[in-house]
Design a protein around this ligand. Sequence first.
Ligand SMILES: NC(=O)C1=CN([C@@H]2O[C@H](COP(=O)(O)OP(=O)(O)OC[C@H]3O[C@@H](n4cnc5c(N)ncnc54)[C@H](OP(=O)(O)O)[C@@H]3O)[C@@H](O)[C@H]2O)C=CC1
Ligand SMILES: CC(=O)N[C@@H](CCC(=O)OP(=O)(O)O)C(=O)O
Length: 345
Amino acid sequence: MRVGIIGATGYGGAELLRLLNQHPHVQEVVLYTSSKEGMNIQESYPHVSNIYNQTLKSIDVTSIKDEVDTVFLATPPGVSAEWSGQIAEAGCRVIDLSGDLRLQNPEVYEKWYKREAAPLALINDAVYGLPEWNRESIQKAQIISNPGCYPTATLLGLAPLVKNKLIDVDSIIIDAKSGTSGAGRSPSAITHFSEMNENFKIYQINQHKHIPEIEQNLHQWDEQVQSITFQPHLVPMVRGIMATIYAKANQQISETELRDLYKEAYRNEYFVRIRPEGAYPATKEVYGSNYCDIGLTYDERTGRITVVSVIDNVVKGASGQAIQNFNLIHGFEEDTGLTLVPMYP
Ligand SMILES: NC(=O)C1=CN([C@@H]2O[C@H](COP(=O)(O)OP(=O)(O)OC[C@H]3O[C@@H](n4cnc5c(N)ncnc54)[C@H](OP(=O)(O)O)[C@@H]3O)[C@@H](O)[C@H]2O)C=CC1
Ligand SMILES: CC(=O)N[C@@H](CCC(=O)OP(=O)(O)O)C(=O)O
């Protein structure tokens, strides 16, 4: 396969480069830019020296359709809305890492993203790329809307409870923590070293754009779900997300039953690992990998279930999941190029 990356100079793009280099069915990678035409990728990323030697090309649909079969968009909001439709119409598969096509209702997108939504026809054509719960639709899709990082950790953590109607859905609280690479490569007053080192911050309280994405998907699984509480935090680390999820059980459930439920739900899922009783995952245990690790407990005193879900935000939360979707749409084994062992320590 020949693949294109729009946004290769960003963090999602860099991670695509790292992972695609391991992919046995990817012969050629073509890189596109909105601002650095003619620059060699090694100038932006010396760590790919001797591995990638491509010059960045301008984004032009006529050339793209001749040069590649699939295009990954690792770009900020608004870019996919502009390009995905044209690229798909030209005959390429599109995998969009941004949030542009994730929300089915354009008014909801405009409220939370505070910008114009993509055309409705384009939104309707895009399939939400959470493979563990949407595999069959993904296999037939031409345009994939790759989930957000926080929604990936949260939805994988909540799915067995919500689908089996085991919790009071009004009681869901998601306390999420992310490393700073989630904010992309451009430095900002929020993420630069002296702001983040030795610091721990809550941000976008009750306003984060992943709230409607989580609600939309939970609602599809159980229409009783309306609103959730989700609060994101920045942690002084580069990679990793931990979503600690609390919900009130609507019946007595033993630790064993809870764990069996998750083990059964993810029995055939290579990338989801359920911790044994009394063990809880840490972000380092998935670092650099496409795994989502989940730990569980039920507190008999309060009747609350706690789910701890960790991912690497740039892998399972972005580029790794995008390649998992790439594998599905092209009929490759789903874990192709993604069986990297997490980096530890
Ligand atoms: N980082 C993460 O952990 C995750 C990121 N995402 C999403 O993935 C997308 C990319 O994120 P990330 O890589 O972190 O972001 P970065 O800011 O690191 O990179 C974005 C890249 O997009 C390109 N770009 C900027 N403006 C335009 C434009 N108008 N047209 C085309 N390309 C443009 C830039 O490259 P150039 O100037 O060369 O065009 C830039 O390098 C975002 O939508 C993000 O929300 C999703 C999940 C997790
Ligand atoms: C730490 C940090 O800043 N994280 C980003 C999430 C990145 C992401 O997944 O956003 P998309 O929905 O655009 O893909 C944020 O909170 O906006």
